[in-house]
Write a protein that binds this ligand. Structure first.
Ligand SMILES: *Cc1c(COP(=O)(O)O)cnc(C)c1O
Length: 409
């Protein structure tokens, strides 16, 4: 038997960019008894969470709720809108964009990946910047036959800590006069960074429960546009479980064709009450503030932030690049073992070169300062040369920039 009952004293600092810590209030909501998913009370719960998630996506159109991880919601977006062999334009901002491309290829789509060329600081330049909308516009202008059926971009690239301007991508499609669908992964962006499905003209927005929504893993989301729904009627990729039509039909009364994850929906209802009760603008502002504190810390250490464009800093997480010759994963492991703090690992092409500090969801100034302290101690023990104290820099920033109103939720 592995030793599963090991609990160190105090709380573990789960500072990875998802799953994020689940507030006690949500855990308690989830502990209610599981009810009949065809009974009358369930329909009320269903209608409530469906209306709530529309507000979170800032949309008036249908939102699909799946019992799946984010990857399932990626697949759902593709199989509902596209046909075998369809040409899809994907933009590589980092490892999650890379994985979405891999999934699209496995589904039989013909993908074309564009990225910024070259390297910067020993890593791909495209993994340090947001989506360059002009590159998308250029490519679409060349496609006068409209062979490209969809453009896929990641809103908040969780592997790097870079956020992309989705409104600018919409403008690129419009400027090129191209009819492709715009599919956006906001799995880690939603409910932490501003995200406007309708205003930004997104056709399918993809998300999941375990990041900004502060829930355990297990819910995948697709927000739809009328154009995406139209496309789904012609799309020929095989789909059954993921098919929107039956779900949209049954959702009208708050039910699903298959068994929904009842207890996670209790949690989703609670999470939406918390987020909407505080107001989305307050939620976005506090994430921005944590990001600014984390950036101050990295700069004080004299280290580089993975995101090379200050306009594109992620409110959700900050990527910290290690100096040449330091194994970021060894530092991370030491921080985990010595200080009981989990940090995100460098993924794919930047493995071992950086680690990620999550500052999303149920976080506050002191949990973030603790995480920064764990990083600082761990790096010192590992022999990383630091210019100054990042903890002090973050404390100074938070002290000088109070939150407008600390609301109890
Ligand atoms: C977490 C994440 C995913 C993957 O979601 P899973 O829930 O692990 O399937 C995809 N894209 C982004 C941007 C993510 O942050």
């Amino acid at each position: 038997m592995p030793q599963l009952d090991f609990h160190p004293s105090g709380r573990h600092f789960l500072q990875i960019p998802g799953p994020s810590p689940v507030p006690d209030r949500i855990l308690r909501a989830m502990s209610l008894p599981t009810i009949d998913h065809r009974g009358p009370e369930f329909g009320q719960l269903g209608l409530k969470v469906l209306a709530d998630v529309q507000k979170i996506f800032q949309t008036r159109h249908p939102v699909m709720i799946y019992p799946s991880s984010g990857t399932g919601a990626w697949e759902a977006a593709l199989v509902n809108t596209l046909s075998p062999g369809d040409h899809v334009l994907m933009y590589e901002t980092g490892h999650f964009a890379f994985l979405w491309n891999k999934l699209a290829k496995r589904l039989g789509l013909q993908t074309e990946v564009i990225a910024m060329p070259g390297e910067d600081g020993g890593v791909p330049r495209s993994w340090r910047h947001g989506v360059q909308a002009n590159l998308i516009e250029q490519r679409l202008r060349q496609d006068s036959a409209h062979a490209i059926k969809a453009v896929c971009v990641v809103h908040n690239e969780t592997s790097t800590g870079v956020t992309s301007d989705i409104a600018a991508v919409r403008q690129a499609l419009d400027a090129a006069g191209h009819p492709a669908l715009l599919l956006v992964d906001t799995i880690s962006g939603l409910a932490g960074a501003d995200y406007q499905h309708d205003a930004w003209g997104v056709d399918v927005s993809i998300s999941g429960s375990q990041k900004g929504l502060m829930l355990p893993p297990g819910i995948g989301l697709n927000a739809l546009s009328p154009k995406a729904i139209e496309a789904s009627k012609q799309a020929k990729l095989p789909k059954a479980f993921w098919a929107w039509d039956e779900i949209i039909d049954m959702n009208r009364n708050g039910y699903w064709p298959t068994t929904p994850n009842t207890n996670l929906l209790y949690g989703l209802s609670e999470a939406c009450d918390m987020l909407l009760g505080q107001g989305l603008s307050a939620v976005f502002a506090r994430h921005q503030r944590w990001a600014a504190g984390a950036q101050r810390a990295v700069r004080a250490w004299g280290l580089e932030i993975q995101c090379a464009d200050a306009q594109a800093y992620s409110p959700i997480l900050t990527g910290v690049m290690m100096p040449e010759g330091v194994d970021a994963d060894a530092v991370r492991q030491l921080i985990y073992e010595r200080f009981d703090c989990s940090l995100g690992t460098g993924l794919g092409k930047i493995k071992g070169k950086m680690f990620r500090i999550g500052h999303l969801g149920d976080c506050n100034d002191l949990t973030l300062i603790a995480a920064i302290a764990a990083c600082e101690m761990g790096m010192k023990v590992s022999g990383v040369k630091l210019a100054a104290s990042g903890v002090q820099a973050a404390m100074d920033y938070f002290s000088a920039n109070p939150i407008p109103a600390l609301k109890r939720a």
